[in-house]
Every structure is written in C-alpha cells, then in structure tokens.
Design a binder for this molecule. Structure first.
Ligand code: IPE
Ligand code: IPE
Ligand code: MG
Length: 275
C-alpha cells in the first residue's frame, strides 16, 4: 500500500481513492476474468485481435498495482479450455501476444519481486509457449512478492478432474486404493492453486454475469464484482474501485452479521474465517 502511494503523484486523481482503501483489509487473493477484448475492438470497427493487443496494457497495470498494494495473489484468466473453439488465427495471435508479454515484462516482474506461475493444462499448449512459460516461472521462482497465476488452457472442471486423478494415482502407487477416502483438504491440496488462499475478490469485466468455468472450487465464498468496462479499458482506477467496493461488503461465510451475534457465541464446530 505504501509503495502504491509513493508511486502516485500528489495531484493524481487515483490518490484519494487509494487513500480510502484500508490496508489491513486487503483481499489476499484477487482473481480476474479479463473479458470484452473482442467487443472493445468491434465497437471501434477494429478486428478482434486488436482488442487482445490492447488487453496487454491493463495486464501490466493490474499486476504492478497489485504488487504495490501488497496483495498476495493475483490470478488472471487468460485462456480457457473452451477458447480453442475460436478461429485458429485468433488463437495464434493470443500465443504471439503472450510471448511478447513474457519477454517485455520479465524485467518489470523482477523489479517488483513478482513470482509468475502458469496454471492450467499446460501440456496442451504449443511447445514453444510451454518453454517460455517455464522459463519465466524459473526466472521469477525465488521472488518473494506478489504471486501472479496466469490461467492458460484453464478450466475449473478440468482442474478438479486432474486433482482427483492425482489422488487416485497416489493411492494406487501406495497400494492403498481400496482404502481411499476423500475430504476437502485432499482435493484443495491437489488443485493448481494448492497452498494459496482462495480468492477473496473475483472481478469480471465487460458486464457478463457468469463464471465461465473459472476457479469453480476456489470461489466458494469469493465476493463477486462485475464492471461494464471492457478489459482493454481497465485501469488502476477500476481496480481500486473494485477493492473499495469489496471492503464495503460484510462477509459472513454462512454465519451471522457481527451485529446480530451481539455477545452470543458461535454454536458449532465449524471454524469461521475472520477478516
Ligand atoms: C477475453 O475477451 C479474452 C479471451 C477470452 C482470450 P474476449 O475475446 O472474450 O472478448 P469478447 O467477450 O468477445 O468481447
Ligand atoms: C472467459 O471468457 C475466458 C477468459 C476470459 C479467458 P469467455 O469470453 O471465453 O467466456 P464466455 O464464452 O463469454 O462465457
Ligand atoms: Mg468473452
């Protein structure tokens, strides 16, 4: 948070917005469905790929702002397992843009101590994309700041299927298949996001009110925030507005409001996460 305020000029219009954010109650994990690139381009009579190209700058800005705010994890939905249904030329352009992003941003990632990780069925990606992703992961592996997950060839259902198959394989290899019992921890610790906090805030741009197969398990209690802004127009102000909105919510996790509890104790054995 301090780093963000230091980066803002005294007369920057985002300053008062940033100052209204409580640094003690930041979301630990922000996840974003970056949507609306095609419509952004169409509205300008440009080809869809121009929207994808214009979508790189907000990625850069969002990553940098999250790092400066002191957010722990940012997960960006870049390509779903269903996006292969799109024309070949559009998909190829996305891979080209991803390579450009990785090459151009590496210095910036290092400077901000950002650790990059790709999540999804990476083995299904073109081999040179796999190589570049792994190179960027290796280069940033010992950075200790913001963790950025790029969800590529990602599907929430595919992730669950993969996690369950890992569980089955482990039990089979240990000769314990017949005793296998599954609990929530067994699943959570085999997801691509194992060890990371669940998203507190899920942002979707371009006004669509759907999840589109993103982080199905992890968003059980995420606060949802949908903005009409198309992804290529998403700027630091939009992110700060989403966080301000998030901080106005009362998260109950199935319990009651603090005011309704008034001295009464929680009844049960289930731990209620506090903020
Ligand atoms: C999101 O923008 C980017 C990807 C899915 C890769 P879209 O390409 O889905 O843009 P719209 O939704 O068609 O406007
Ligand atoms: C979700 O957007 C996937 C990404 C943002 C990468 P889509 O544009 O693919 O989702 P739908 O088809 O509108 O649900
Ligand atoms: Mg879309």
């Amino acid at each position: 948070m301090k780093a963000l305020l230091e980066a803002l000029k005294p007369n920057d219009p985002d300053r008062s917005l940033a100052l209204s954010i409580d640094p003690q109650r930041l979301p630990a994990h922000v996840a974003i469905i970056m949507d609306g690139n095609g419509r952004w381009a169409n509205s300008r009579n440009m080809p869809r790929v121009a929207g994808h190209k214009a979508g790189i700058e907000p990625v850069r800005i969002t990553v940098e702002t999250c790092a400066r705010l002191g957010i722990q994890v940012l997960t960006l939905y870049a390509f779903s397992v269903e996006n292969w249904k799109r024309p070949r030329a559009e998909v190829d352009t996305l891979w080209r843009l991803l390579r450009i992003y990785l090459r151009k941003e590496l210095n910036n990632l290092m400077e901000h101590e950002i650790q990059l990780s790709a999540i999804g069925r990476l083995e299904g990606l073109p081999i040179e994309i796999q190589r570049e992703l792994h190179a960027a992961e290796d280069a940033t592996a010992s950075n200790t700041g913001l963790r950025v997950n790029l969800a590529i060839n990602y599907g929430g259902r595919a992730e669950l299927v993969d996690a369950l198959n890992v569980l089955l394989d482990e039990a089979r290899d240990a000769g314990r298949l017949s005793e296998l019992r599954i609990d929530e921890e067994a699943i959570a610790s085999r997801l691509y996001t194992a060890g990371l906090p669940d998203p507190d805030l899920l942002i979707r741009t371009s006004g669509e009110m759907r999840i589109s197969n993103f982080l199905l398990w992890q968003i059980a209690y995420a606060e949802l925030y949908v903005t009409e802004t198309y992804w290529p127009d998403f700027r630091r102000r939009d992110l700060l507005e989403a966080i301000v909105d998030y901080q106005k919510r009362e998260r109950r996790f199935g319990g009651l409001k603090r005011s309704e509890l008034n001295g009464k104790r929680w009844s049960g054995a289930v731990a209620v996460p506090t903020q």
